[in-house]
Design a protein. Structure first.
Length: 272
């Protein structure tokens, strides 16, 4: 047996015996092998540097919608050309595998890239929003929160990108308010927009019989909610991460230290 199938054996066994909902939660780590840097990376060219966090706020949007949108579009450009890696593809296979056995499966991602969709995942919640969409900055507008948005491809951004200023700022076709990124800002709640489908995430946390975290740093709000629910219900929890998972001993997560794009295909093959 290869080193990876030995490492993945407990997860393979848990997946094979899971008759209820399998909940997979992915973070930035799964997209690193697709060339997208992690959110809290310390690399100089990380897509999201920690001091950039101040930009991703409602306050920043209200103060400087031009600067903020230009900043976001830079970051989105970095994810636009990425393609799914073997980790994304394995999770799409896992969903099919579960569907063939008529067993429930849900993928919740913290990533705003579209690599899971491109890989073929269908039962997917993008709890932090999506880089391929924008929305009206005015709450209550048909194209804004709490339920509206529009595809980025429907908005002419070229003039703005060439010369980002108030006069070229793309505006809502319904009400003329400035458009904003369709992502969760740091000072917003998961309930800010229906697309984040937070009630469904809470429901899944309460129902899952197995949770698998992939490439998440556990630094973001939604993971603590899921970990607490999992620990309370004593359901099996696993984490796949290339550098291992650092969690308090009170949280019973089995850490499988390996790159997701190497381990996940072995696990999914073994569970089938
Ligand atoms: Zn509007």
């Amino acid at each position: 047996m290869s080193r990876l199938s030995t490492l993945g054996r407990p997860l393979i066994d848990a997946l094979r015996s899971a008759q209820g909902l399998v909940l997979v939660v992915t973070g930035a780590g799964i997209s690193v092998a697709s060339g997208i840097k992690t959110f809290r990376g310390s690399e100089p060219d990380a897509v999201w540097r920690q001091n950039d966090v101040a930009n991703a706020t409602v306050a920043s949007f209200e103060r400087d919608p031009v600067g903020q949108l230009d900043w976001y579009l830079d970051r989105f450009a970095a994810v636009d050309d990425a393609v799914p890696n073997a980790g994304h593809l394995a999770l799409a296979d896992l969903e099919l595998q579960r569907a063939e056995r008529d067993l429930p499966y849900l993928l919740v991602t913290q990533n705003i890239d579209t690599l899971h969709e491109q890989a073929g995942s269908r039962n997917l919640i993008k709890v932090h929003g999506s880089a391929d969409r924008l929305r009206c900055g005015r709450y209550g507008c048909r194209l804004g929160a709490p339920s509206g948005s529009l595809s980025r491809s429907r908005v002419d951004l070229e003039t703005f990108r060439r010369s980002p200023e108030d006069a070229t700022l793309p505006r809502c076709p319904e009400c003329g308010s400035p458009l904003r990124a369709h992502v969760l800002f740091f000072d917003e709640y998961y309930t800010e927009h229906d697309d984040y489908r937070f009630p469904e995430v809470e429901q899944a946390a309460a129902e899952a019989v197995l949770m698998l975290f992939v490439g998440t740093s556990f630094a973001v709000g939604v993971t603590s909610l899921l970990l607490e629910a999992g620990a309370r219900r004593r359901q099996p929890m696993f984490s796949i991460d290339p550098v291992g998972t650092r969690l308090p001993a009170s949280i019973p997560v089995e850490s499988l230290t390996a790159p997701a794009e190497e381990l996940l295909p072995v696990v999914v093959l073994g569970a089938g």
